[in-house]
Design a binder for this molecule. Structure first.
Ligand code: B4P
Length: 184
């Protein structure tokens, strides 16, 4: 049973690694960013509410992502494990997740902290060129990461759930490092 949470700054490689690992393990890759972007494309009520926040590099309100995570983790395909990519991003979201997992009997999760320096992630994201990948928005996403998300490193370390992987290597090297920490 693999239940993993990917943590790290924007551009650290969370989406890249989480997608591959989930395919390999045959478990769902649950990316809040992907779900929100799809909702924006489909112009659903969720997408319409989320768009202005995402365009500015701000986090969308907790309630929106918490509702979608609750709904997603109740789906039957989560029974054999999952990878959460982009959730939680704040201590309040982590507390919500802890309660949700206790309620649905899906504890035992590990948290992978994938890290890479600012200059590296900025270069990667500018190269990708998604709508929220322009320099001003990237800098705001990094600020938000430092203020809101980085405290989760201590949060999960205190709970003995944290695994750390250096994201500043080639994708293949990151995958190998990831496999090693998970297997250990
Ligand atoms: P996300 O979609 O989660 O985007 P991200 O943090 O920028 O990382 P991503 O996973 O896409 O990039 P990756 O590092 O894999 O979030 C977008 C927005 O959604 C947020 O700003 C927020 O508004 C909203 N949101 C999402 N979840 C939320 C939540 N819980 N609460 C509130 N709001 C929420 O890859 C980046 C690039 O690097 C790619 O081009 C990739 O090919 C490249 N790359 C990856 N690994 C590499 C490597 N080792 N070497 C070289 N390049 C690499």
């Amino acid at each position: 049973m693999t239940r993993l949470i990917f943590l790290g700054p924007p551009g650290a490689g969370k989406g890249t690694q989480a997608k591959n690992l989930a395919e390999f393990l045959h478990i769902p890759h649950i990316s809040t960013g992907d779900i929100l972007r799809q909702a924006i494309t489909d112009q659903t009520p969720l997408g319409i509410k989320a768009q202005s926040y995402m365009d500015k590099g701000e986090l969308v309100p907790d309630q929106l992502v918490e509702d979608l995570i609750k709904e997603r983790l109740h789906q039957p395909d989560t029974q054999n494990g999952w990878i959460l990519d982009g959730f939680p991003r704040k201590v309040t979201q982590a507390a919500f997740l802890e309660e949700l997992l206790a309620e649905i009997g899906q504890g035992g999760e590990k948290v992978v902290n994938l890290d890479a320096p600012d200059e590296v992630v900025i270069t990667r994201l500018l190269g990708r060129g998604r709508k929220d990948d322009n320099e001003e928005v990237i800098r705001r996403r990094l600020e938000v990461y430092r203020e809101e998300t980085a405290p989760l490193i201590d949060y999960y370390s205190d709970r003995q759930k944290l695994l750390t992987v250096n994201g500043n290597q080639s994708p293949e090297e990151v995958t190998t490092a990831l496999e090693n920490v998970i297997a250990a």
